[in-house]
Design a protein around this ligand. Sequence first.
Ligand code: ADP
Ligand code: MG
Length: 451
Amino acid sequence: LWCQVLERLQLELSRPTFETWIKTASAEQLENNCLVISTPNLFARNWLQKYYINTIARVVQDILGVPVEIYITVAQGDEVSPLDKQEVGWELPAVNPVTSNVAKNQQKSTDLNSKYVFSRFVVGANNRMAHAASLAVAEYPGREFNPLFLCGGVGLGKTHLMQAIGNYRWEIYPDSKIFYVSTEQFTNDLITAIRNDSMQSFREHYRAADILLVDDIQFLEGKEYTQEEFFHTFNTLHEAGKQVVIASDRPPKQIPSLQERLCSRFSMGLIADIQPPDLETRMAILQKKAEYENIRLPRDVIEYIAYNYTSNIRELEGALIRALAYISIWGLPMTVENITPVLGTHSQKMEATPEVILNVVADFFNLSIEDLKGNSRRREISWARQIGMYLMRQYTGLSLPRIGEEFGGKDHTTVMYSCEKIKQLQETDRTLTQTLRQLSDRININSRYQK
Ligand code: ADP
Ligand code: MG
C-alpha cells in the first residue's frame, strides 16, 4: 500500500517536497482504518501534519476506497534535536513527540504552567461565569459542574483557567493526580499505546486521574478512534466522581463529527463561555501584567494598547511586550508616540487633525462645532459627538483625556464609552458602518487638502 501511496504522491507533489518530506516517511501500521505514518524527526512530523496530511489522506482513501484516519508520528528512538525544537517554535501548537509515553506522564503535573493561576487572572464581564465555575471546580472538584466545559475563541484564557484549577488543587493536595493534556497529546499517547501493545497501561494511567484537564477538545474532530477511547476514559472518571474539565474553541454542538454521545456527555455539567474582553478588562489585564513585570505604565499607553487589541489576549500581551522591548532597546520614555511604530495599528491609517474631524463631523450632521463641544443632550447631537470622538480616536491616537478636551472638556470616561459604543455598534449596524465610511472619506480628502 505504502508504495502505491508514494507513487501517487510523487505525481501530485513537487519533487523537492516529495524528496524532503514524503520519501523520508514510512508507513508504520494500518489498523482499524487508522494509518500511522512515522517520520524521522519532529520537524518533519509537524511539517507533514501541517501541509500534507490532507493530501495523504485523500490518496490513501482513493486507494483503499474507505476513509482512513492518518496519524503522523516521530520514529521511535529518535531524540528531538534542539534544532527541531527551535524551528518548531513558529506558531505550531506545541506537539509532544510520540515518544512521550505514558510512563513519562506519571511523574508530572509539572505540565501545569505555574504562571496560570487564579490570582493572575483578571475577571471581567466577559469571563465572570467561566471564572466562577472554575473556582468552584477547584474548590469542590467532582461535584456540581462535572464536566466543566470552557469554550471561547483563541487567546481568551481557556488554558489559563484550566491550569489555574490544576495549580490551585495542586497547592492544597500535592499528592492528587492532576493531569493536564492537550487533545493532541491524548491522541498521541493512544497511538503509542496501540503500537506498543500497552493499552492497559494507557487506560490505567488516564483513568487514575483525580482531575483530568483536556485542552482543545475541538481537535477530536474526525478522530473516531480517539473519540471512542476518550468516551470510555470520560465515563470511568465521571462515574468515579472525578472531575473532568474540557476546553474548546466552540461549544460541543459545533464540533463537526463529534459523536452524539460525547456531545451529550460534554453538555451534562456546565458549559461556560468566554467572550472577548471589553476595554476596561483589557486595560486591567495590561495593568496586571505590568505589575508582575514591575513596570509602571502611563495610563494613556495602557489605553492605547488596549484600544488597539480587542479580540485576543495573547496578542494584547504580545503588543505590550513588543512595546516594552522597543522602548528599552532605544532607551526611550514610555509614551504613546514612542510605541506607535511597533504597534502599527494606527500607523497605516491616514492621520488627521482634531480640527478636520470636528469640521467634517459637524458638517455631515448639519451641526455646528459649538454643538459638538457643548453639553446639549439632544439625541442627534450626542450621537454625532460620539461618532466624532470615535473618529478622533481612530485618526489621531490622542489620549482619551485629550480628546475630551477637544470636545469642550468632556470627561475621559465619556470619551471611552463613546468610542467603545461606536466600535461595538458598527460591527452589527450596517447604516453606521456606511456613515463611518463616508465620514472617513471626507476626513481623508480634507486632510490631504490641508497638507
Ligand atoms: P486560550 O487557551 O483560550 O487560547 P490562553 O489561556 O492561552 O488562551 O490565554 C492567552 C494568554 O492570555 C495567556 O498568557 C493568559 O495568561 C492571558 N490571559 C487570558 N485571559 C486572561 C485574563 N482574564 N487575565 C489575565 N490574563 C489572561
Ligand atoms: Mg489554549
